[in-house]
Design a protein around this ligand. Structure first.
Ligand code: ACO
Length: 276
C-alpha cells in the first residue's frame, strides 16, 4: 500500500516526479510560524527523508506569503505565559526544523520564496541548500520595527550568507527589500518573475534529481561541515570524505565517471554528467 501523505494541516505536501513541494499552510496568517506548525513540520521532514516519492524538497508557502516570520501571537505572546519547560519545548520544535534538520537534511532542499519573507523566515530560507525567489517578493529583518532583536538563530544565519555591512544595515534599519536585492545580498540564487517561479524551481530540482544522490548528499554535507573547520582540518576531513563517499556509494559513481572519460572517452566531466 502507498504510504500516506505526511502533513495535511498547517503543512501541505504534494509529490510531483521526485519533487516534494512542502508548503507552509496558514495563508490567512501569511504563513506566520506557530508552535503547531513547527511540530507538524518536524513530522513532515522526518517522513520525507525516507520517502521514495521525495528526491528533492522544495519549501514554499500557500497564498501570497512565503512566511511572515514567527507568529507573534501564537509563538511569542502565547508562549510567554507558559512554564519555562513548556517554552523550552516550543522553542526546541522550531529550532529543530528551521535549522538543525534542514541544514543537514539527507536530501537536497530548495526554498522557493513566493511572497512575504520576514524575520524568523530567514532561518529556514538560509538553511535550505538553494533559494529561488519571485523578483517582487518582499523581504525584511523587521524585528527592530517591533522592538526585538533578530533572535532565534537569525543573526547567526544571515552572517553566513550576507556581508557584515549589508547584514547590519538591514538588522538596524528594518528596511524591506525585493527579490532582486535578495540575490545581490546572497540570500537567494536567482530572482525570476512570479509566473516563472515554479517552473524554474522545478527545473533546478530536476537537475539535482539527475545526479548521483549519494555523492550529492555527501557533497552538500562536506561543504557545510568544512566551512566551520580550519584549513588543516578541512583538508584532512575532505580527503577522508572522498574515500568514504566512494565506499558508501552503491552506484560506484567515481568508477563510472573515470571509465566513461578515460577508457570509453564517451563523456566530458567539464561539460555534463556521466551516463547513470
Ligand atoms: N504573526 C502573527 N500574525 C501575523 C503575522 C505574524 N508574524 N503576520 C501576519 N499575521 C496575521 C495578521 O495579524 C492578520 O491576522 P487577522 O486577520 O487575524 O487580523 C493576518 O495575518 C493578515 O495580516 P495583514 O497584516 O492584514 O496582511 P497584509 O497582507 O496587509 O500584510 C504583512 C502582510 C506585511 C506580512 C504583515 O502582516 C506584517 O507585517 N506581518 C508581520 C511581519 C513581521 O514582521 N514578522 C515578524 C518578523 S520577526 C520574527 O519572526 C521573530
Amino acid at each position: 500500500a502507498e504510504k500516506p501523505i505526511p502533513g495535511g494541516k498547517e503543512v501541505l505536501v504534494e509529490f510531483e516526479d521526485g519533487i516534494a513541494w512542502v508548503q507552509l499552510n496558514r495563508p490567512a496568517k501569511r504563513n506566520a510560524m506557530s508552535v503547531g506548525l513547527a511540530r507538524e513540520m518536524n513530522e513532515v521532514l522526518d517522513a520525507l527523508e525516507t520517502d521514495d516519492r521525495c528526491g528533492v524538497v522544495v519549501l514554499t508557502g500557500v497564498g501570497e506569503a512565503f512566511s511572515a516570520g514567527m507568529d507573534l501571537k501564537d509563538f511569542f505572546r502565547a508562549t510567554d505565559g507558559l512554564s519555562d519547560i513548556e517554552r523550552h519545548r516550543a522553542y526546541r520544535s522550531t529550532r529543530a526544523w528551521q535549522w538543525r534538520t534542514l541544514m543537514h537534511y539527507a536530501k537536497p532542499t530548495i526554498a522557493m520564496v513566493n511572497g512575504w519573507c520576514f524575520g524568523g523566515a530567514f532561518t529556514p530560507l538560509i538553511c535550505c541548500d538553494l533559494a529561488v525567489t519571485d523578483e517582487k517578493a518582499v523581504f525584511g529583518l523587521s524585528e527592530i520595527n517591533w522592538g526585538v532583536i533578530p533572535g532565534g538563530v537569525v543573526s547567526k544565519a544571515i552572517s553566513t550568507v550576507m556581508g557584515d555591512r549589508q547584514a547590519l544595515y538591514y538588522v538596524m534599519s528594518g528596511e524591506k527589500f525585493d527579490g532582486a536585492k535578495a540575490v545581490a545580498l546572497g540570500l537567494a540564487n536567482e530572482a525570476v518573475p512570479k509566473e516563472q517561479l515554479r517552473a524554474r524551481t522545478a527545473e533546478i530540482a530536476r537537475t539535482l534529481l539527475g545526479k548521483n544522490p549519494t555523492v550529492l548528499r555527501q557533497a552538500r554535507m562536506a561543504y557545510k561541515y568544512a566551512r566551520e573547520m580550519t584549513w588543516e582540518q578541512a583538508s584532512e576531513y575532505l580527503t577522508a570524505k572522498v574515500d568514504q563517499t566512494n565506499f558508501v556509494d552503491p552506484e560506484r559513481g567515481k568508477e563510472q565517471g573515470l571509465k566513461q572519460f578515460l577508457d570509453e572517452k564517451s563523456f566530458r566531466p567539464g561539460l555534463g554528467n556521466y551516463v547513470r
